[in-house]
Design a binder for this molecule. Structure first.
Ligand code: ATP
Ligand code: MG
Length: 299
């Protein structure tokens, strides 16, 4: 079966013809031995062997390592990334998906060397037919399923994919990526950082990424079981994220001498930002993987 796999900093999204799988938290850590028999069995389902060493991934790693998804550059070069690839493939098999063709993605700023590296990792873990493309292309293909004009002859479309680590902005003409017309600015982590620093003095200790991100989404910060009043801080943090994205999008559009007909907004952070142009929302956090799955069918 053909599968689209989008390995993001917060979660691994998998789409096949059979539908979408639950998002796997993008966390990996060396396996630990678990005494409790039932829990050990659950953890074994989220354990893979990479270069002879056992690693836990997903919720098993989240629970037993206590860590959150990493927010650092050079993700594709880490062993954790390879563990997530092996984990994604294992999850497919566990869900009855017999993989034969995979399309996966990298941020648009990644060069051919990174694409080759990622393709090599999939081959190492048994996938023979693999194609690695820029993540925004997946979002564009998914949106074009509903709005075919986005990739039609003469079309000129911008894609904004608001992720956890980065917001990828790219331009396409006639459905093809425009050489050099892409930019990467921080993702949701920027709003989380801004909110964290504006809360100094209001809370003791440091709120986790997840707690701060939930506050951005719900408008309410609950820390150590208490609600902290910070509506203005939350609004300012979201505004800062939007402002950076708007500025970069505008620079790319100016480069195209204003010739843009539509903006596709994708990624799990899409709902946190506002742009001052009309947007087509590529539905759901699985949009990139859905576009990849459509492409994989044609491999
Ligand atoms: N329903 C939700 N509840 C909580 N958080 C969410 C939800 N949907 C998305 N998010 C958050 O939105 C952010 C962006 O999600 P997305 O899956 O697009 O990021 P990613 O692809 O993993 O990151 P990147 O593209 O930077 O590698 C993440 O920080 C994620 O935690
Ligand atoms: Mg992403």
């Amino acid at each position: 079966m053909s599968v689209g796999i989008d390995i993001g900093r917060s979660g691994v999204k998998i789409v096949s013809k059979g539908g979408t799988l639950p998002i796997i938290p993008a966390i990996a850590c060396p396996a630990v031995s678990i005494d409790d028999r039932e829990e050990a069995l659950r953890v074994s389902r989220e354990t893979v062997v990479v270069d002879g060493s056992p690693w836990m991934y997903g919720s098993a790693a989240a629970i037993h390592s206590g860590s959150e998804p990493g927010i650092y550059a050079g993700f594709e070069q880490t062993v954790e990334y390879e563990v997530l690839i092996a984990g994604a493939l294992k999850t497919c098999i566990q869900n009855g998906i017999a993989i034969n063709k995979v399309v996966a993605g990298v941020p648009s700023e990644a060069g051919q060397d990174v694409k080759d590296l990622v393709a090599g990792l999939f081959r190492k873990h048994g996938v023979e037919s693999i194609r690695v493309i820029a993540q925004p292309a997946g979002a564009l293909i998914a949106a074009a399923q509903v709005h075919p004009e986005l990739v039609a002859e003469g079309s000129s479309t911008a894609i904004v994919d608001v992720g956890r680590y980065s917001t990828d902005i790219a331009l396409s003409q006639n459905g093809r990526p425009v050489l050099g017309a892409y930019a990467s600015v921080p993702g949701v982590r920027l709003a989380v950082d801004v909110l964290a620093s504006s809360l100094r003095g209001k809370i003791t200790g440091t709120a986790s990424f997840e707690v701060l991100e939930t506050a951005l989404r719900t408008g309410k910060l609950v820390y150590a079981m208490k609600e902290i009043h910070c509506t203005a801080e939350i609004a300012a943090a979201k505004e800062r994220l939007s402002a950076d994205i708007k500025r970069t999008l505008q620079t790319l559009i100016t480069r195209q001498r204003g010739n843009i007909q539509a903006v596709v907004l994708a990624g799990g952070g899409a709902e946190l930002i506002t742009l001052d142009v009309p947007v087509i929302v590529a539905a759901g956090r699985h949009a990139v993987a859905r576009g990849f799955a459509l492409l994989a069918e044609g491999l």
